[in-house]
Design a binder for this molecule. Structure first.
Ligand code: AGP
Length: 614
């Protein structure tokens, strides 16, 4: 949530900041702002409520002069989106200038205390206290760096902060506390860049370091010093960023969401690459540090995550129960971290997170760490918080996902979870070489089958025309396709703002059936499997009540084809893998419905790609 950029160097800062913010807008877009300082120490701050385009319009090509600056795109927590609450925030004199991602949990106490000392506040944000805290220490003869460190020790909660000072135009100071957001520093030639996320740095450099929680960085054009908050120097090795710029561009597609849906065959191939060999059949998960006897001693698995990642975890449960024979539970991370779950060192916790920065998921990982569990992260962002907190990571490797609605990372997570299940199953003696060969053959065909489904895009776009004016849509699925129904509904509500709910098909007659009438289309995910007949029964029950049925069916099906109003066909797939295929038409349907409704699919209202606040 919230995107932060910074620049210090030889070039004009404003165009660099604006370009960086454009690439981070998926993190929040309630308001945006920049501040730059010129050679004389004069600062200019420009900020507006609403999207970045509003700021660009307001600047009207009249960019403030200065080669050092910071910028911010906001996802509002404290104070509604309006100019006064946009970042940067400043102290009483406007000398200390701050951008912030996260929540200052004790801001109210600090604000009251600072007001008592005579500080005047102009916003409702928690961020503003940080600027005043820095000002307050500087008034007590502390240096700028000491004052920023001091502020970091006084505020509570997880956050990332960047501060600059009009009288210190040769440095930016940044720090992180806890697991909110990331901060990466990019190294150029006598210029240094800073951003919450790599896509904003990649046009300029691929040489990066990361600020870890509890660290502060003194950033100058020609050097960066990483320190702990108590002032000890930390030597960081400059690394090569794991993505290139081409991978984050839209590549000819109108929206990131569509690009990311369409690139799934290649993306899933990347998830498999290096992890699967067929002769002899084996899964290679590189860094898994658990011995075979530790794996045999496991007594259960807990899968956790939020949103789409949580729904991927629900599919993963089927994989682990079936292939590894382990009792498996799925826990919503935001609940798991506030319970006292019965976990021990023989429990394997698998945290699924595209970003690896979702604060609820990180809290669940922390809880599992306290209980001494073994932990694996299924994650798309290398070097993210989650990957550093667990014993091992299975990387999705699907490339950056910038559309706010997750698509390729859902299917990538399913592939990764399937691999983990087969890996465990083999070591627990449930999967012999023949079965492993069969499972991996089936899995290797998935990228091709997803490609086949994508060829139905025009048909799905036509179907969208029959659905886009409805205000409610129900999704039903059973077994491995139950979470797919929920994911289809989540995608639709996120990008089109249609009220959509997914249910286990068997649940329908226990309440949701009361909603069915001619105004309620019901999307039924019913590929050919052992549960197909039951799904056909659910379709009959909907039709009997005047509902409209849209069915996702296996090619060649005749039963549902004669009952449903509309059908989308998908290729035949083994039961466990069918969720990776059946979700794809639902992603495309949500996209096309949202486009027909004129919605901003890449930046849906109220959402942010990565939720780094609780
Ligand atoms: C899904 O389309 C959303 N982007 C959201 O539900 C997301 O899956 C959730 O916030 C978890 O994010 P993570 O995978 O980065 O942890």
């Amino acid at each position: 949530m919230c995107g932060i950029v910074g620049y210090i160097g030889k070039n004009q800062a404003t165009p660099i900041l604006l370009e960086g913010l454009k690439r981070l807008e998926y993190r929040g877009y309630d308001s945006s702002g920049i501040a730059v300082i010129d050679g004389t120490g004069a600062s200019s701050i420009h900020k507006v409520p609403g999207k970045l385009d509003g700021l660009i319009k307001a600047l009207n090509n009249d960019f403030p002069n200065g080669t050092v600056g910071i910028g911010h795109t906001r996802w509002a927590t404290h104070g509604r989106p309006k100019q006064a609450n946009a970042h940067p925030q400043v102290d009483c004199n406007g000398d200390v200038i701050v951008v912030h991602n996260g929540i200052v949990e004790n801001y109210l106490n600090l604000k009251i205390q600072l007001q008592g000392e005579g500080h005047t506040f102009t916003s409702e944000t928690d961020t503003e206290v940080i600027a005043h805290l820095i000002e307050s220490s500087m008034l007590n003869d502390k240096t700028f760096e000491e004052s920023v460190s001091n502020a970091a020790t006084l505020i509570k909660g997880a956050q990332a902060v960047v501060a600059m000072h009009a009288s210190h135009p040769d440095e930016l100071i940044a720090f992180r506390l806890g697991n909110a957001g990331g901060l990466a520093i990019g190294y150029g030639s006598n210029e240094t860049y800073l951003a919450s996320d790599l896509p904003a740095l990649l046009p300029h450099t691929s040489q990066v370091t990361y600020i870890d929680p509890g660290e502060i960085a003194i950033i100058q054009s020609h050097q960066v010093q990483h320190k702990s908050l108590d002032g000890k120097i930390i030597n960081k090795v400059i690394q090569k960023a794991p993505y290139d710029e081409v991978a984050v561009a839209k590549g000819g597609f109108k929206h990131f969401m569509l690009k990311e849906i369409m690139e799934q065959p290649h993306a899933l191939f990347q998830t498999l690459a290096g992890k699967v060999s067929l002769d002899p059949p084996e899964v290679n998960l590189g860094s898994l540090p658990f011995s075979d006897s530790e794996i045999r001693r496991l007594n259960r698995v807990v899968l956790t995550g939020m949103g789409t990642s949580l729904l991927a975890a629900h599919v993963g449960r089927h994989y682990i129960e079936t292939l590894a024979g382990l009792p498996t539970e799925v826990e919503n991370s935001s609940e798991m971290c506030y319970r006292n779950p019965v976990l021990d060192e023989n429990t394997l916790v698998i945290a699924v997170s595209q970003s690896g920065e979702t604060s609820d998921t990180l809290a669940a990982i922390e809880k599992a760490n306290q209980k001494g569990c073994k932990q694996i992260a299924v994650c798309n962002v290398q070097e993210s918080q989650a990957t550093r907190m667990v014993n091992a990571t299975v990387h999705l490797g699907v490339g950056p996902e910038l559309g706010v609605a997750s698509t390729k990372t859902f299917t990538g997570s399913l592939v990764a979870l399937f691999l983990i299940a087969t890996y465990l199953g083999k070591r627990r003696g449930l999967i012999d070489s023949d079965l492993m060969g069969q499972l991996l053959q089936d899995l290797s065909s998935i990228p091709r089958l997803v490609g086949q489904v994508l060829q139905s895009e025009n048909e799905i776009a036509k179907l969208a025309q029959t659905l886009f004016q409805y205000e409610n849509v129900m999704y039903l699925g059973r077994g491995i396709n139950m979470p797919v129904a929920l994911e289809g509904a989540l995608k639709l509500k996120e990008v089109s703002y249609i009220h959509a709910e997914g249910f286990p098909a068997g649940e329908m007659k226990h309440g949701p059936i009361a909603l069915i009438d001619r105004e309620m289309p019901v999307i039924i995910v019913a590929p050919n499997d052992a549960l197909y007949d039951k799904m056909e029964g659910s379709a009959q029950e909907v039709k009997a009540r005047g509902g409209k049925v849209i069915a996702i069916i296996t090619e060649g099906n005749t039963g549902l084809k004669s009952i449903a109003d509309e059908c989308i066909e998908i290729p035949e797939t083994p039961y466990l893998l069918s969720a990776i295929i059946s979700v794809v038409p639902l992603q495309l349907l949500a996209y096309h419905i949202a486009i027909l409704r004129g919605c901003d699919v890449d930046q849906p209202r109220n959402l942010a790609k990565t939720v780094t606040v609780e």
